[in-house]
Ligand binder design. Structure first.
Ligand SMILES: Cc1ncc(COP(=O)(O)O)c(C=O)c1O
Length: 457
């Protein structure tokens, strides 16, 4: 126990005792990695948990504890960790070479598979991450329209590049990051979700190259969107000559084999992909209308200049192998159904526990996701999740006031579950046993938070 403050004698002290090896690694990390981490979301006070091995729906901390995992590779592992077909495909490819420095057959098969599954994919270009695919989408939309403005939705995340990292986390009116030039920020209009009048006003000026959104809502539906609204955006974009971009980095091949666009029956012009498409390895893609994607080829007679696009690891064969093995399994829809069912059971259990304990809160989600809202009036949304779409996106995105999200993660870790704070994603590897452990962990975590003074009950 390092100090005698109230928090550190409680949850923090217990965490420090349970994860001593993680602490040692973090102290080493801080000397060489800024902030001691490699992704902002992995930061945790007093120190993050370090994981040595993952399998199925579980992972093991370097300190020993077995954890039920609801990070699922930041959403990239719909089939869980180490699905044998995926491991075998990568192993086979590893023996054949990791980088041919040339075109290869797998990239063709991979692109054919994406075009078969995704309704709006006529052509595909592979990149190495969702951020890259999003950057490419924006540049392509600007090249296609000759316009500069980007319209996006408050609370929607499209990677960390300069052109879309605005209005993602509250407070929405403050810059997300130093280093983004004000003149770049001025090119972005962030509009409230589920408000077609605001979208119409943003597009009516005629200077919007694209309107970009996560089609089930910001933060994989933590601020849910209504299907009618998305359909309205489709019409508006068409009417104003604006490119409609679906960011399906999370939803692609997770909510249905053909992504959110298949479920909603709405075709975007461009689709940003990553995560599941590369089967848990680094990778991403931009897919879309052939006439737009042709800008990557250059127009006949130089009518439209070619968009430059190199990238050392584009369509790297290991990611292609993992992606193909994953998509071959995903296309039946069976693993998606299983992951959805488990998430629904987690949500039901969390809501039961919240109600029994009288803790104001709600657990919501629609697919293989769950989002906890632990603010004082969240209970009023119970039983009527449709109203969530009109709730303040800043509150939905945050889920609860500090320090609840971070304290909650510590409390869940102490009880054998690792969640990205107040939300999580399931895989087809999660089953009854994980569900039971997660319910018990949630109940125990709420008791720990109550003891910390976060709730009264
Ligand atoms: C909706 C969405 N778009 C884009 C990205 C960025 O993808 P990447 O982390 O692969 O750069 C993410 C990452 O979580 C995401 O959730």
């Amino acid at each position: 126990m390092s100090t005698s403050t109230a928090t550190e004698t409680g949850l923090t002290a217990r965490y420090e005792r349970a994860f001593p090896c993680s602490r040692i690694l973090y102290e080493r990390a801080r000397c060489v990695l800024p902030g001691g981490v490699t992704h902002d979301a992995r930061l945790l006070r007093p120190f993050p948990v370090y994981v040595r091995e993952c399998r199925g729906a579980r992972k093991w901390a370097v300190d020993g504890p077995e954890l039920v995992d609801f990070w699922m590779g930041h959403g990239s592992l719909l089939l869980g960790h180490g699905r044998p077909e995926v491991v075998e495909a990568v192993r086979r490819q590893l023996e054949k070479g990791t980088h041919p420095g040339a075109c290869h057959e797998l990239e063709v098969e991979w692109a054919e598979m994406v075009c078969r599954l995704l309704p709006a994919a006529e052509r595909v270009r592979f990149v190495s991450s969702g951020t890259e695919a999003s950057l490419m989408a924006v540049r392509l939309a600007r090249a296609a329209t000759g316009r500069g403005r980007i319209v996006k939705l408050l609370g929607h995340f499209h990677g960390w590049h300069d052109h879309t990292e605005h209005g993602v986390d509250p407070p929405f009116d403050e810059p997300m990051s130093p280093g983004i030039l004000p003149e770049v920020a001025r090119q972005v209009t962030s509009i409230p979700p589920n408000d077609l009048a605001a979208a119409e006003a943003a597009l009516a000026a005629g200077d919007a190259a694209c309107v970009m959104l996560e089609p089930t809502g910001g933060g994989f539906g933590s601020c849910p969107l209504q299907a009618g609204y998305v359909r309205g955006l489709r019409d508006l974009a068409r009417r104003h000559g604006t490119v409609l971009i679906f960011d399906e980095v999370i939803t692609g091949f997770r909510v249905s084999p053909g992504g959110a666009q298949e479920l909603l029956g709405i075709r975007p012009d461009l689709t940003v992909l990553a995560k599941v498409v590369a089967g848990g390895l680094p990778g991403g893609a931009l897919a879309g209308r052939a006439d737009l994607m042709r800008i990557l080829e250059g127009g006949p007679g130089g009518r439209k200049a070619k968009m430059h696009h190199p990238g050392t690891f584009n369509a790297n064969p290991l990611s292609a192998a993992a992606g193909m093995a994953t998509l071959r399994i995903v296309r039946s829809g069976e693993d998606i159904r299983k992951a959805n069912e488990t998430a629904a059971a987690v949500r039901a259990e969390f809501n039961r526990i919240l109600a029994r304990r009288g803790v104001p809160g709600l657990c919501h989600g629609q697919y293989s996701d769950f989002h906890l809202y632990l603010f004082p009036d969240a209970g009023t949304l119970q039983g009527n999740p449709g109203r969530l779409g009109h709730h303040d996106p800043a509150r939905l995105r945050a889920g609860a006031s500090p320090p609840v999200p971070e304290r909650f993660r510590l409390a869940m870790l102490l009880n054998g579950v690792d969640m990205p704070k107040l939300r999580g994603m399931t895989s087809s590897a999660h089953g009854e046993e994980e569900l039971e452990r997660t319910g018990k962990a949630f109940d125990a975590a709420l008791s720990l938070l109550r003891d910390e003074g976060c709730f009264d009950t």
